[in-house]
Design a binder for this molecule. Structure first.
Ligand code: SF4
Ligand code: SF4
Length: 127
């Protein structure tokens, strides 16, 4: 019985020791969304497209079949990424021969409508 009480007190003191030791450490969490997280340059968020040649390589290397390119002869009329399918692997950016595709640090993409996930990009402009 005394042994059990002793073990409980020991566990309590150790627990409190752990809690108090964290009082003096640097905070590692952030007050999101009040504070925006600092993302490194390798972050892959919402896509941005500029001067697309319409070659279609990105569509070929997309593992999720998330890209739709509508062309009128040699002109890209529509470039649509279904963000509901996209897994943000970055293939479309890495394999673009003209480096037209870039992935930004925009990550707040939650929506209650699938239609809003159809990310239509026009030259140099994100809708
Ligand atoms: S990031 Fe990956 S999954 Fe998303 S559109 Fe590009 S290639 Fe497809
Ligand atoms: S984004 Fe790049 S790979 Fe995709 S169609 Fe345009 S130029 Fe080609």
């Amino acid at each position: 019985m005394i042994r059990k009480i002793w073990d409980s007190i020991k566990a309590l003191v150790m627990g409190l020791g752990t809690v108090f030791s964290h009082l003096f450490r640097k905070t590692v969490t952030e007050e999101y969304p009040e504070e925006r997280p600092l993302l490194n340059g390798f972050f892959r968020g919402k896509h941005h497209l500029e001067s697309c040649a319409g070659c279609g390589f990105c569509k070929k290397v997309c593992p999720s079949d998330a890209i739709t390119i509508v062309k009128n002869e040699r002109i890209v009329e529509k470039y649509i990424i279904d963000l509901g399918k996209c897994i943000f692997c970055g293939n479309c950016m890495f394999y673009c021969p003209s480096k037209s595709m870039r992935m930004t640090d925009k990550f707040e993409l939650a929506t209650n409508s699938k239609t809003n996930l159809m990310h239509e990009i026009t030259e140099g402009k994100i809708k």
